[in-house]
Design a protein around this ligand. Structure first.
Ligand code: 5AD
Ligand code: SF4
Length: 463
């Protein structure tokens, strides 16, 4: 991994100074913002940083998004569907902007970092005030200041990516949150756009991570998820600290934190050192999100995943041997170019063998600029849909069987919200549990006895 480039303290200070100038200008206007966030947790966390910068600029979160003075779309481009939704939602704002020219509109995130996408969007939607790519996040207040003064602003730089420390964060939860440990990705899986829009993989220094997590725990957070496209290849502090070492540091130096999670793990880098660390550290959740993508070694090779079916199954068996209660989840792409019936059957049989707790399933979506987008793809859409449904049916049966095995057990859960008349909570493995209770329990740990289940969740009672 190349040594990461850190954004200089002077640049961060310039950005903070711009935020202060905006705040001084707008402080008595009661302005509000609304962020539409698409995609993964990485994007969600970036949106929390945008919110932090908006608050530094004197804007408050809009209670009613239809009345917000600034609306920003933090976009995702991992699949075509995500892109179409964004275009539709931006287009729908034109009428509002015509009625209220004071309204400011921004678009940022992964989609804007694709070749020419930012420039095209800027031209196609002249009512959008500000467009920027993933490499400009820390410069947002500078760009916003220009736009606020009436100058439409477009900023997308094609570069390897840097690390910006010290940005303000306005977190969506008061008890469970995220922190980045790596940015970007070097794997270039043949279907994936991420390495092109998020730049080269770079690791934060361990001291910055531990300090942030410590601050969060002292502020009352109970659970922190360490985030990266591929956390297992973390190499911080001039490549001297690997991921198992970082996990031990966070665990040992932040005893106040009750749960430590991480995602995503790439199977090629899941080391026995990490399995040992997870098994040994009591406050590290026994959950691995380990995307397999396909059960066919032939397809895995075409995907450039650097492991085969046998190696993956071996790692799963090893992890389960050291952590019998391990919760395993995965991502699967159905209908990769050239996937045959036989390849697909390999995926089904792998799922039967591993018995995942949950699957995230996707139909292959060609992304311009990636090698897979140029591969011959003769399988008709209907056939891909059929395979997709069959995979979901298989997993639904397995999920229900696993869930039934929990009935009668008592599980420790962290209550995270309410859905209609039930509270929702998560087990250590991230399993959804629903039970009756009072809102005052949100953010608390509780022991819940499981009394029933569905395919999607467990149902319980507080002891
Ligand atoms: N088409 C379909 N699914 C994709 N993913 C990534 N790129 C694509 C694509 N082009 C899925 C992978 C990845 C998850 C985040 O999104 O399964 O693990
Ligand atoms: Fe995309 Fe592969 Fe990197 Fe994951 S590991 S972000 S799938 S290139």
């Amino acid at each position: 991994m190349k040594e990461p480039v850190f954004v200089s303290p002077a640049e961060i200070a310039a950005s903070k100074a711009a935020a202060k100038r905006v705040k001084d200008e707008v402080y008595d206007l009661g302005l509000t913002y609304h962020i539409e966030s698409y995609g993964c947790q990485m994007n969600e966390h970036d949106s929390e940083k945008i919110a932090g910068m908006m608050e530094e600029m004197g804007y408050a979160k809009a209670e009613d998004k239809s009345k917000a003075d600034f609306i920003i779309f933090n976009t995702c481009c991992i699949r075509e569907h995500a892109e179409q939704r964004v275009y539709g939602n931006i287009g729908a704002l034109k009428k509002r902007k015509d009625e209220n020219p004071q309204l400011m509109i921004g678009v940022c995130g992964c989609m804007m970092q694709q070749k020419d996408a930012g420039r095209k969007l800027f031209k196609r939607f002249p009512f959008v005030d500000i467009v920027f790519g993933t490499n400009e996040l820390h410069r947002f207040p500078l760009l916003f200041e220009e736009a606020y003064h009436g100058e439409r602003t477009l900023q997308v730089r094609d570069m390897d990516g840097e690390i910006a420390e010290g940005l303000p964060v306005c977190r969506n939860s008061t008890f469970s949150t995220f922190t980045n440990i790596t940015y970007g990705c070097n794997n270039f899986c043949s279907y994936c756009i991420v390495p092109y829009v998020r730049g080269r993989e770079r690791s934060r220094n361990s001291a910055d991570i531990v300090n942030e997590v410590k601050g969060l725990a002292l502020a009352g957070f109970k659970e922190v998820t360490l985030l990266g496209q591929n956390v297992n290849s973390y190499k911080g502090d001039g490549e001297t600290t690997d991921f198992p070492a970082l996990l031990r540091m966070v665990h040992d130096q932040v005893p106040e934190l009750k749960r430590i999670r991480f995602m995503t793990s790439h199977p090629k880098d899941l080391s026995s050192g990490l399995i040992d660390a997870m098994a040994e550290l009591p406050r590290v959740c026994k959950h691995i999100h380990l995307p397999v993508q396909s059960g066919s070694s032939r397809i895995l090779k075409l995907m450039n995943r650097s492991y085969n079916r046998e190696k993956y199954l071996h790692q799963v068996a090893l992890a389960k041997r050291y952590m019998p209660d391990l919760v395993l989840t995965t991502d699967i792409i159905v209908g990769f170019p050239g996937e045959t019936d036989e390849d697909f059957e390999d995926t089904i049989s792998l799922c039967e063998e591993v018995r995942y707790d949950a699957l995230f399933t996707f139909i292959f979506s060609p992304r311009a600029g990636t090698p897979a987008a140029k591969m011959d793809d003769p399988t008709p859409k209907e056939e891909k849909n059929r395979r997709f449904d069959r995979l979901c049916d298989t997993q639904n049966r397995i999920s229900l069987e696993i869930h039934q095995g929990y009935v009668g057990r008592t599980l420790r859960v962290l209550v995270d919200g309410r859905e209609k008349e039930m509270l929702t909570a998560r087990t250590e493995g991230g399993r959804l549990v629903r039970f009756a209770g009072d809102d005052s329990l949100i953010g608390q740990f509780l022991d819940v006895t499981i009394t029933g289940c569905t395919t999607w969740s467990l149902v319980g009672e507080v002891k």
